[in-house]
Design a protein around this ligand. Structure first.
Ligand SMILES: NC(=O)c1ccc[n+]([C@@H]2O[C@H](COP(=O)([O-])OP(=O)(O)OC[C@H]3O[C@@H](n4cnc5c(N)ncnc54)[C@H](OP(=O)(O)O)[C@@H]3O)[C@@H](O)[C@H]2O)c1
Length: 333
Protein backbone atom coordinates (compact mmCIF):
# COMPACT_ATOMS: atom_id res chain seq x y z
CA UNK A 1 0.00 0.00 0.00
CA UNK A 2 1.25 3.54 -0.69
CA UNK A 3 2.21 5.16 2.64
CA UNK A 4 -0.25 8.02 2.01
CA UNK A 5 -3.13 5.54 2.20
CA UNK A 6 -2.34 4.30 5.69
CA UNK A 7 -4.01 7.27 7.39
CA UNK A 8 -7.04 6.91 9.62
CA UNK A 9 -9.91 7.90 7.34
CA UNK A 10 -13.59 8.63 7.67
CA UNK A 11 -14.78 5.20 8.62
CA UNK A 12 -18.15 5.47 6.96
CA UNK A 13 -16.72 6.33 3.56
CA UNK A 14 -15.77 3.70 1.03
CA UNK A 15 -14.26 5.80 -1.74
CA UNK A 16 -13.21 4.05 -4.92
CA UNK A 17 -9.55 4.65 -4.12
CA UNK A 18 -9.73 2.33 -1.13
CA UNK A 19 -10.96 -0.63 -3.15
CA UNK A 20 -7.77 -2.64 -3.16
CA UNK A 21 -7.97 -6.31 -4.05
CA UNK A 22 -6.24 -9.25 -2.38
CA UNK A 23 -3.93 -9.47 -5.39
CA UNK A 24 -2.97 -5.78 -5.14
CA UNK A 25 -2.17 -6.23 -1.45
CA UNK A 26 -0.01 -9.33 -1.96
CA UNK A 27 1.78 -8.13 -5.07
CA UNK A 28 2.68 -4.82 -3.38
CA UNK A 29 4.40 -6.45 -0.38
CA UNK A 30 7.92 -5.02 -0.21
CA UNK A 31 10.87 -7.10 -1.38
CA UNK A 32 11.94 -9.68 1.17
CA UNK A 33 8.41 -10.04 2.58
CA UNK A 34 6.76 -13.19 1.34
CA UNK A 35 3.99 -15.55 2.39
CA UNK A 36 5.70 -18.41 0.61
CA UNK A 37 5.82 -21.55 2.78
CA UNK A 38 4.22 -19.76 5.70
CA UNK A 39 1.30 -21.60 7.27
CA UNK A 40 -2.07 -19.85 7.58
CA UNK A 41 -5.25 -21.24 9.13
CA UNK A 42 -8.38 -19.60 7.66
CA UNK A 43 -11.68 -20.44 9.36
CA UNK A 44 -14.81 -20.61 7.19
CA UNK A 45 -12.73 -20.78 4.01
CA UNK A 46 -15.08 -22.67 1.70
CA UNK A 47 -17.02 -19.56 0.69
CA UNK A 48 -17.00 -15.77 0.53
CA UNK A 49 -14.11 -13.86 2.05
CA UNK A 50 -12.53 -16.97 3.56
CA UNK A 51 -12.27 -18.81 0.24
CA UNK A 52 -10.88 -15.72 -1.49
CA UNK A 53 -8.34 -15.31 1.34
CA UNK A 54 -7.25 -18.95 0.99
CA UNK A 55 -7.07 -18.60 -2.81
CA UNK A 56 -5.02 -15.40 -2.76
CA UNK A 57 -2.56 -16.54 -0.08
CA UNK A 58 -2.02 -19.93 -1.72
CA UNK A 59 -1.52 -18.23 -5.11
CA UNK A 60 1.51 -16.54 -3.50
CA UNK A 61 2.93 -19.78 -2.13
CA UNK A 62 1.38 -19.97 1.35
CA UNK A 63 0.32 -23.28 2.88
CA UNK A 64 -3.33 -22.78 3.86
CA UNK A 65 -5.40 -24.90 6.22
CA UNK A 66 -8.99 -24.72 4.98
CA UNK A 67 -10.89 -25.08 8.25
CA UNK A 68 -14.59 -25.73 7.66
CA UNK A 69 -17.40 -27.71 9.24
CA UNK A 70 -18.43 -29.43 6.02
CA UNK A 71 -15.89 -31.78 4.46
CA UNK A 72 -17.68 -31.73 1.10
CA UNK A 73 -17.76 -27.92 0.95
CA UNK A 74 -14.14 -27.67 2.14
CA UNK A 75 -12.91 -30.04 -0.59
CA UNK A 76 -15.10 -28.32 -3.20
CA UNK A 77 -13.41 -24.99 -2.36
CA UNK A 78 -9.97 -26.61 -2.60
CA UNK A 79 -10.90 -28.06 -6.02
CA UNK A 80 -12.08 -24.64 -7.25
CA UNK A 81 -8.85 -22.98 -6.11
CA UNK A 82 -6.67 -25.75 -7.54
CA UNK A 83 -8.37 -25.41 -10.92
CA UNK A 84 -6.75 -21.97 -11.19
CA UNK A 85 -3.52 -23.02 -9.45
CA UNK A 86 -2.77 -26.77 -9.36
CA UNK A 87 0.35 -26.06 -7.24
CA UNK A 88 -1.67 -24.48 -4.41
CA UNK A 89 -0.85 -25.95 -0.99
CA UNK A 90 -4.24 -26.37 0.65
CA UNK A 91 -5.26 -28.82 3.33
CA UNK A 92 -8.80 -29.36 4.62
CA UNK A 93 -9.42 -29.85 8.34
CA UNK A 94 -12.71 -30.17 10.18
CA UNK A 95 -13.71 -27.27 12.45
CA UNK A 96 -17.14 -26.46 13.83
CA UNK A 97 -16.86 -23.27 15.88
CA UNK A 98 -20.29 -23.81 17.42
CA UNK A 99 -18.94 -26.85 19.26
CA UNK A 100 -16.00 -26.46 21.65
CA UNK A 101 -15.26 -30.22 21.46
CA UNK A 102 -14.73 -29.73 17.72
CA UNK A 103 -12.43 -26.73 18.30
CA UNK A 104 -10.34 -28.81 20.71
CA UNK A 105 -10.26 -31.74 18.26
CA UNK A 106 -9.24 -29.44 15.39
CA UNK A 107 -6.21 -28.22 17.36
CA UNK A 108 -5.23 -31.82 18.25
CA UNK A 109 -5.42 -32.76 14.56
CA UNK A 110 -3.44 -29.66 13.57
CA UNK A 111 -0.72 -30.62 16.04
CA UNK A 112 -0.52 -34.08 14.47
CA UNK A 113 0.59 -32.40 11.20
CA UNK A 114 3.68 -30.94 13.00
CA UNK A 115 3.26 -27.82 10.86
CA UNK A 116 4.26 -24.46 12.29
CA UNK A 117 1.55 -21.76 12.44
CA UNK A 118 2.37 -18.23 11.31
CA UNK A 119 -1.07 -16.64 10.94
CA UNK A 120 -4.55 -17.51 12.18
CA UNK A 121 -7.41 -15.78 10.35
CA UNK A 122 -10.65 -15.98 12.35
CA UNK A 123 -12.95 -15.31 9.42
CA UNK A 124 -15.95 -17.64 9.89
CA UNK A 125 -19.17 -16.06 11.02
CA UNK A 126 -22.94 -16.12 10.99
CA UNK A 127 -25.17 -13.05 10.81
CA UNK A 128 -28.63 -12.27 12.20
CA UNK A 129 -29.75 -15.89 12.50
CA UNK A 130 -32.93 -16.76 14.40
CA UNK A 131 -32.36 -17.52 18.09
CA UNK A 132 -30.48 -20.76 18.64
CA UNK A 133 -27.84 -22.16 20.97
CA UNK A 134 -24.47 -23.75 20.29
CA UNK A 135 -23.75 -27.28 21.52
CA UNK A 136 -22.45 -25.91 24.83
CA UNK A 137 -25.45 -23.57 25.25
CA UNK A 138 -24.15 -20.17 24.10
CA UNK A 139 -26.35 -17.92 21.97
CA UNK A 140 -25.32 -19.03 18.47
CA UNK A 141 -23.83 -15.80 17.07
CA UNK A 142 -21.87 -15.04 20.25
CA UNK A 143 -20.89 -18.71 20.56
CA UNK A 144 -19.76 -19.15 16.94
CA UNK A 145 -18.33 -15.74 16.07
CA UNK A 146 -16.64 -15.07 19.42
CA UNK A 147 -16.45 -17.98 21.90
CA UNK A 148 -15.39 -20.62 19.34
CA UNK A 149 -12.67 -18.33 17.96
CA UNK A 150 -11.59 -17.31 21.47
CA UNK A 151 -10.91 -20.95 22.35
CA UNK A 152 -9.18 -21.54 19.01
CA UNK A 153 -6.82 -18.61 19.63
CA UNK A 154 -6.07 -19.80 23.19
CA UNK A 155 -5.30 -23.35 22.08
CA UNK A 156 -3.05 -22.21 19.20
CA UNK A 157 -1.22 -19.53 21.17
CA UNK A 158 1.93 -21.58 21.83
CA UNK A 159 2.19 -22.42 18.11
CA UNK A 160 1.92 -18.74 17.21
CA UNK A 161 4.47 -17.72 19.83
CA UNK A 162 6.86 -20.40 18.56
CA UNK A 163 6.69 -18.98 15.00
CA UNK A 164 7.19 -15.39 16.17
CA UNK A 165 8.17 -12.67 16.16
CA UNK A 166 5.87 -11.68 13.31
CA UNK A 167 3.02 -14.15 13.92
CA UNK A 168 -0.45 -12.67 13.63
CA UNK A 169 -4.07 -13.33 14.50
CA UNK A 170 -6.75 -11.60 12.43
CA UNK A 171 -10.28 -11.45 13.81
CA UNK A 172 -12.86 -10.49 11.20
CA UNK A 173 -15.42 -8.16 12.78
CA UNK A 174 -17.81 -5.78 11.00
CA UNK A 175 -19.06 -2.20 11.16
CA UNK A 176 -22.17 -4.00 12.41
CA UNK A 177 -20.46 -3.89 15.82
CA UNK A 178 -22.18 -0.51 16.20
CA UNK A 179 -25.56 -2.27 16.61
CA UNK A 180 -24.75 -3.53 20.12
CA UNK A 181 -22.20 -3.83 22.85
CA UNK A 182 -21.52 -6.94 24.89
CA UNK A 183 -24.23 -7.94 27.39
CA UNK A 184 -21.62 -8.94 29.95
CA UNK A 185 -24.16 -10.25 32.45
CA UNK A 186 -26.50 -11.80 29.90
CA UNK A 187 -24.87 -12.57 26.54
CA UNK A 188 -27.64 -15.14 25.89
CA UNK A 189 -30.40 -12.45 25.80
CA UNK A 190 -32.36 -13.79 28.79
CA UNK A 191 -32.19 -17.20 27.26
CA UNK A 192 -33.87 -15.98 24.07
CA UNK A 193 -36.66 -13.83 25.53
CA UNK A 194 -34.92 -10.50 24.77
CA UNK A 195 -33.36 -11.77 21.54
CA UNK A 196 -32.81 -9.46 18.60
CA UNK A 197 -30.85 -10.98 15.68
CA UNK A 198 -29.06 -7.70 14.80
CA UNK A 199 -28.16 -6.92 18.41
CA UNK A 200 -26.81 -10.44 18.79
CA UNK A 201 -24.68 -9.98 15.64
CA UNK A 202 -23.54 -6.57 16.94
CA UNK A 203 -22.64 -8.09 20.30
CA UNK A 204 -20.54 -10.80 18.63
CA UNK A 205 -18.78 -8.29 16.37
CA UNK A 206 -18.02 -5.93 19.28
CA UNK A 207 -16.63 -9.00 21.04
CA UNK A 208 -14.38 -9.69 17.98
CA UNK A 209 -12.82 -6.20 18.29
CA UNK A 210 -12.35 -6.40 22.06
CA UNK A 211 -10.97 -9.93 21.73
CA UNK A 212 -8.17 -8.89 19.33
CA UNK A 213 -7.32 -5.81 21.36
CA UNK A 214 -7.12 -7.69 24.67
CA UNK A 215 -5.20 -10.68 23.34
CA UNK A 216 -2.72 -8.14 21.98
CA UNK A 217 -2.47 -6.49 25.39
CA UNK A 218 -1.76 -9.87 27.00
CA UNK A 219 0.40 -11.57 24.34
CA UNK A 220 1.66 -8.77 22.05
CA UNK A 221 5.07 -8.80 23.76
CA UNK A 222 5.47 -12.51 22.98
CA UNK A 223 5.89 -11.98 19.24
CA UNK A 224 2.24 -12.33 18.18
CA UNK A 225 0.17 -9.35 17.01
CA UNK A 226 -3.63 -9.32 16.90
CA UNK A 227 -5.87 -7.22 14.64
CA UNK A 228 -9.63 -6.91 14.14
CA UNK A 229 -11.25 -5.45 11.04
CA UNK A 230 -14.25 -4.50 8.97
CA UNK A 231 -13.88 -5.96 5.46
CA UNK A 232 -16.37 -3.74 3.61
CA UNK A 233 -19.71 -4.97 2.30
CA UNK A 234 -20.06 -7.53 -0.48
CA UNK A 235 -22.46 -10.24 -1.55
CA UNK A 236 -21.62 -13.66 -0.04
CA UNK A 237 -23.55 -16.48 1.65
CA UNK A 238 -23.69 -14.47 4.87
CA UNK A 239 -27.40 -13.68 4.54
CA UNK A 240 -28.31 -17.32 3.92
CA UNK A 241 -29.35 -18.07 7.51
CA UNK A 242 -31.61 -15.01 7.85
CA UNK A 243 -35.39 -15.10 7.83
CA UNK A 244 -37.15 -13.18 5.01
CA UNK A 245 -38.25 -10.52 7.52
CA UNK A 246 -34.70 -9.99 8.71
CA UNK A 247 -33.50 -9.74 5.08
CA UNK A 248 -36.12 -7.02 4.51
CA UNK A 249 -34.92 -5.22 7.61
CA UNK A 250 -31.35 -5.42 6.33
CA UNK A 251 -32.38 -3.95 3.00
CA UNK A 252 -33.99 -1.02 4.81
CA UNK A 253 -30.59 -0.20 6.36
CA UNK A 254 -28.90 -0.06 2.93
CA UNK A 255 -28.68 2.78 0.40
CA UNK A 256 -31.71 3.11 -1.96
CA UNK A 257 -31.52 0.80 -4.98
CA UNK A 258 -29.89 -2.07 -3.06
CA UNK A 259 -32.61 -4.66 -3.86
CA UNK A 260 -30.12 -6.77 -5.84
CA UNK A 261 -27.73 -7.11 -2.88
CA UNK A 262 -28.63 -10.76 -2.28
CA UNK A 263 -28.09 -11.73 -5.93
CA UNK A 264 -25.12 -12.40 -8.21
CA UNK A 265 -25.50 -8.87 -9.59
CA UNK A 266 -25.12 -6.73 -6.45
CA UNK A 267 -25.39 -2.91 -6.50
CA UNK A 268 -22.31 -0.93 -7.56
CA UNK A 269 -21.72 0.58 -4.11
CA UNK A 270 -20.84 -2.87 -2.77
CA UNK A 271 -17.31 -4.18 -3.02
CA UNK A 272 -16.31 -7.33 -4.86
CA UNK A 273 -15.30 -10.33 -2.75
CA UNK A 274 -11.65 -9.77 -3.78
CA UNK A 275 -11.88 -6.19 -2.45
CA UNK A 276 -13.60 -7.24 0.77
CA UNK A 277 -11.04 -9.94 1.53
CA UNK A 278 -8.17 -7.51 0.90
CA UNK A 279 -8.25 -6.03 4.41
CA UNK A 280 -7.79 -9.40 6.14
CA UNK A 281 -5.00 -10.30 3.71
CA UNK A 282 -3.40 -6.90 4.37
CA UNK A 283 -3.74 -7.40 8.13
CA UNK A 284 -2.23 -10.87 7.87
CA UNK A 285 0.79 -9.88 5.79
CA UNK A 286 1.68 -6.20 5.65
CA UNK A 287 4.91 -5.11 7.37
CA UNK A 288 3.32 -1.62 7.63
CA UNK A 289 1.41 -3.07 10.59
CA UNK A 290 4.42 -4.32 12.54
CA UNK A 291 4.18 -2.96 16.08
CA UNK A 292 0.58 -1.78 15.59
CA UNK A 293 -1.06 -4.87 17.12
CA UNK A 294 -4.45 -4.29 18.71
CA UNK A 295 -5.53 -1.97 15.90
CA UNK A 296 -8.90 -2.12 14.15
CA UNK A 297 -8.52 -2.14 10.38
CA UNK A 298 -11.01 -0.87 7.83
CA UNK A 299 -10.51 -0.78 4.04
CA UNK A 300 -6.78 -1.57 4.22
CA UNK A 301 -6.23 1.26 6.69
CA UNK A 302 -5.92 1.60 10.42
CA UNK A 303 -9.42 2.71 11.38
CA UNK A 304 -11.34 3.47 14.53
CA UNK A 305 -14.19 1.39 15.97
CA UNK A 306 -17.55 3.13 15.73
CA UNK A 307 -18.55 2.87 19.40
CA UNK A 308 -16.87 3.92 22.62
CA UNK A 309 -17.37 0.43 23.99
CA UNK A 310 -15.47 -1.18 21.12
CA UNK A 311 -12.81 1.54 21.07
CA UNK A 312 -12.27 0.66 24.74
CA UNK A 313 -9.72 3.34 25.52
CA UNK A 314 -8.95 2.00 29.01
CA UNK A 315 -9.02 -1.66 27.97
CA UNK A 316 -11.53 -2.45 30.76
CA UNK A 317 -14.25 -3.80 28.45
CA UNK A 318 -11.84 -6.12 26.72
CA UNK A 319 -10.47 -7.44 30.01
CA UNK A 320 -14.00 -8.06 31.26
CA UNK A 321 -14.87 -9.97 28.09
CA UNK A 322 -11.60 -11.89 28.26
CA UNK A 323 -12.28 -13.03 31.85
CA UNK A 324 -15.85 -13.97 30.97
CA UNK A 325 -14.67 -15.89 27.87
CA UNK A 326 -11.96 -17.69 29.86
CA UNK A 327 -14.66 -18.93 32.26
CA UNK A 328 -16.78 -20.04 29.29
CA UNK A 329 -14.02 -22.19 27.78
CA UNK A 330 -12.27 -23.27 31.00
CA UNK A 331 -13.23 -26.95 30.58
CA UNK A 332 -11.45 -27.03 27.21
CA UNK A 333 -8.07 -25.47 28.08
N1 LIG B 1 -19.90 -10.07 3.41
C1 LIG B 1 -19.92 -8.91 4.03
O1 LIG B 1 -20.41 -7.92 3.49
C2 LIG B 1 -19.36 -8.78 5.42
C3 LIG B 1 -19.39 -7.52 6.04
C4 LIG B 1 -18.87 -7.39 7.32
C5 LIG B 1 -18.31 -8.48 7.96
N2 LIG B 1 -18.29 -9.69 7.35
C6 LIG B 1 -17.68 -10.84 8.06
O2 LIG B 1 -16.88 -11.56 7.17
C7 LIG B 1 -16.76 -12.91 7.62
C8 LIG B 1 -16.92 -13.85 6.44
O3 LIG B 1 -18.25 -13.77 5.97
P1 LIG B 1 -18.66 -13.90 4.43
O4 LIG B 1 -19.30 -12.63 4.05
O5 LIG B 1 -17.54 -14.42 3.65
O6 LIG B 1 -19.86 -14.97 4.55
P2 LIG B 1 -19.94 -16.52 4.16
O7 LIG B 1 -19.65 -16.73 2.74
O8 LIG B 1 -21.26 -16.97 4.70
O9 LIG B 1 -18.76 -17.14 5.01
C9 LIG B 1 -18.87 -17.43 6.37
C10 LIG B 1 -18.17 -18.73 6.62
O10 LIG B 1 -18.25 -19.04 8.02
C11 LIG B 1 -18.53 -20.41 8.13
N3 LIG B 1 -19.16 -20.79 9.39
C12 LIG B 1 -20.35 -20.42 9.89
N4 LIG B 1 -20.60 -21.07 11.04
C13 LIG B 1 -19.54 -21.87 11.26
C14 LIG B 1 -19.21 -22.80 12.27
N5 LIG B 1 -20.05 -23.07 13.28
N6 LIG B 1 -18.02 -23.44 12.20
C15 LIG B 1 -17.18 -23.21 11.17
N7 LIG B 1 -17.45 -22.36 10.17
C16 LIG B 1 -18.62 -21.71 10.22
C17 LIG B 1 -19.47 -20.70 6.97
O11 LIG B 1 -19.55 -22.10 6.75
P3 LIG B 1 -20.97 -22.85 6.58
O12 LIG B 1 -21.32 -22.73 5.14
O13 LIG B 1 -20.65 -24.25 7.01
O14 LIG B 1 -21.97 -22.16 7.45
C18 LIG B 1 -18.80 -19.91 5.87
O15 LIG B 1 -17.78 -20.66 5.25
C19 LIG B 1 -17.80 -13.09 8.73
O16 LIG B 1 -17.15 -13.07 9.99
C20 LIG B 1 -18.68 -11.85 8.58
O17 LIG B 1 -19.27 -11.45 9.81
C21 LIG B 1 -18.80 -9.87 6.08
Amino acid sequence: MPASKTLVHAVNAEPEGYRYTTEQVLSSLPGGVSVSNKVFIVTGSHSGLGEETARALSAHGAHVIVATRSETSGHAAIDRIKKGNPQAKLQWMHLDLSDLDSVQEFVKEFHKTSLPLHVLICNAGIMAHPYAKTKQGFESQFGTNHIGHFLLIKLLMDDLIKSGPGSRVIVVSSRGHRWAGVRYDDPGFEDGKAYDPWKAYGQSKTANILCARTFNEKFGDKGVEFFSLHPGVCSTNLASGMSEDVKKEMLSMMPPGSESMFTNDPPKWMKTIEQCAATQVWGATSPELNGKGGAYLDDCHIGKPLTEEAEDVTGENGRRLYDMSMKAVSNYL
